[in-house]
Each structure stands twice: as C-alpha cells, then as structure tokens.
Design a binder for this molecule. Structure first.
Ligand SMILES: Nc1ncnc2c1ncn2[C@@H]1O[C@H](COP(=O)(O)OP(=O)(O)O)[C@@H](O)[C@H]1O
Ligand SMILES: [Mg+2]
Length: 250
C-alpha cells in the first residue's frame, strides 16, 4: 500500500457492520455491528468502559483478528480474502502496534527490540544497527541503544515500543492504552511523540480511557456495549481559522 497512490480522502482501514462474538458459556457480543473508517492521516481516539469492545475493535482494524460478520478493508482490500500469511505480512509491514504493557522482549536490548519487525524485510534502506540508531534517536533514546528493558523507565520502554512500531514505516499506527501504565507527565511526553507521528501524516487509532489523552486526537469514538454510541469531533481548526482570517485582514 503506497501512501502516494492514495487520495487524501481514502480510508486506510475501515470496518463495515463488524461483529465479533466470543463464546465462553454465554455468548459475549464484544463488537455488535461497528462501521468505522480511518481516513488517511487521521488521528482517532477510542474511549469506552472496560469491556466495551475497544481492544476487539483495534484487533480487527489491525488484522490481528477477523470479524464473524461484516467486513474489514485495508486499503480497499477485504481482509477476509487474504491468507493468514498475507495478513501477517500486511501487519508486519503496514501496521505499527503499541501496547499498554510495552511488550518488549526482556532479554533483548533497546536496539534489538526496536528492529525486531525488520524480519519482514521491508526495505528501509539501511542495516539493523543504523536503523535502530535512527529510530531510537527519533524517540529521544539515542544514548540507550544497548540498554535492556530492565534498565529503562516505563516511559523509556514505551519509547522503544514506539520506535519498534515505526521500524517498517507503517502507514497505520494502532495503540491500545499507550499511556495506561505511565504517570501523567510521562504520558504527556508520549503524546508529543504521537502528535509528531500525526504531523508526519500517519494514520493513528489510539484506545484510551483518559479524556485528557484522547483530546490529543481529532475525534473520539465512544464505544458502549460493542457499539458506537457517538463520534465526537474535536475540531481545533476554529482557532487556526481565526488566525488565518486575522492574517488576511492585516
Ligand atoms: N479472547 C476472548 N475470549 C472471550 N471473551 C473475550 C475475549 N476478548 C474479549 N472478550 C470479551 O469481549 C468484551 C470486549 O472486550 P475488549 O474488547 O477487550 O474490551 P475493552 O478493551 O473495551 O476493555 C468483554 O466482555 C470481554 O470480556
Ligand atoms: Mg482493552
């Protein structure tokens, strides 16, 4: 999926009437008919009570799971039509995942963790070590390449995880409670990185239960009982527009 071939209004990924039911005794309708599109370059937050289906939705959008009913399309291509191997390749090359618990490999260094997804062999033009240096410098850890996760703070671990998510230059970044294990100040620093990713034109979907964190996005999808209750636009362009108008009258 090439970013340049896509029109600005195209959805990078979308679900249409997606349902996902878990059968453990009583059926649980984790997602109960969700239609959502992520336009290219958009930044969406998903909020909702525990158990409302946030992670299930993220897993469907990220090709980690498939719906029982309805469709998921990535770049206009139905995910249901792909083989397991094709889905894995799509995940590895086009989607970056960031999790609440960082999910770093404990015995690997920051540099080794950050470059693990290079196993998918998407050509990023440089070797592993150089790529690790580029990425870790970008997230502010250029001096921590050879540290183990145990030698890093929570915020630093999440930075390594963000570097890892970016290693193959994915067009889509999916984050499940990325600040959930961090204190408020560290969470705010991590959000600065997310805003930089957004400014670079990446498409972002971020699950969070913190309103303050969600407000870094352009809109908030509110999930309740596996359904979209509301999509709240957080339009801060009013302020930007006022500035433009002031400029024009100068
Ligand atoms: N692998 C699973 N097996 C059975 N039930 C699950 C599984 N994953 C999630 N669920 C159930 O689906 C519902 C939605 O879960 P989830 O998407 O994880 O919610 P959230 O991320 O909003 O807390 C919950 O009731 C949860 O218990
Ligand atoms: Mg969850």
């Amino acid at each position: 999926m090439s970013q340049s071939q896509r029109r600005a209004t195209d959805a990078v990924v979308s679900t249409r009437n997606a349902r996902r039911t878990y059968y453990l005794g009583e059926p649980v309708h984790a997602l109960d008919g969700v239609s959502l599109s992520l336009p290219e370059g958009s930044f969406t937050a998903v909020m909702g009570p525990s158990g409302s289906g946030k992670s299930t939705l993220m897993n469907l959008l990220g090709c980690l799971d498939t719906p029982d009913e309805g469709d998921v399309e990535i770049d206009g291509q139905p995910v249901a039509g792909l083989s397991g191997a094709e889905r894995a390749r799509l995940r590895g090359t086009e989607i970056g995942f960031i999790f609440q618990t960082f999910n770093l490999m404990p015995r690997l260094t920051a540099a080794e963790n950050a470059t693990l997804p290079m196993v998918f062999n998407k050509d990023v033009g440089v070797g592993r070590r150089e790529r690790a240096e580029q990425l870790l410098t970008r997230v502010g850890l250029g001096d921590r390449l050879d540290h183990d996760p145990t030698e890093l703070s929570g915020g630093q671990r999440q930075r390594v995880a963000i570097a890892r998510a970016l290693v193959n230059e994915p067009s889509l970044v999916l984050a499940d409670e990325p600040t959930g294990n961090l204190d408020t100040d560290t969470g705010a620093e991590i959000m600065e990185l997310f805003e930089a990713l957004h400014d670079e034109g990446r498409t972002i979907l971020m699950v969070t239960h913190e309103r303050q964190i969600a407000e870094h996005a352009e809109r908030i999808v509110h999930l309740v009982d596996g359904q979209i209750e509301e999509i709240e636009q957080l339009d801060d362009s009013a302020g930007a527009k006022r500035e433009v108008i002031t400029d024009e009258t100068d």
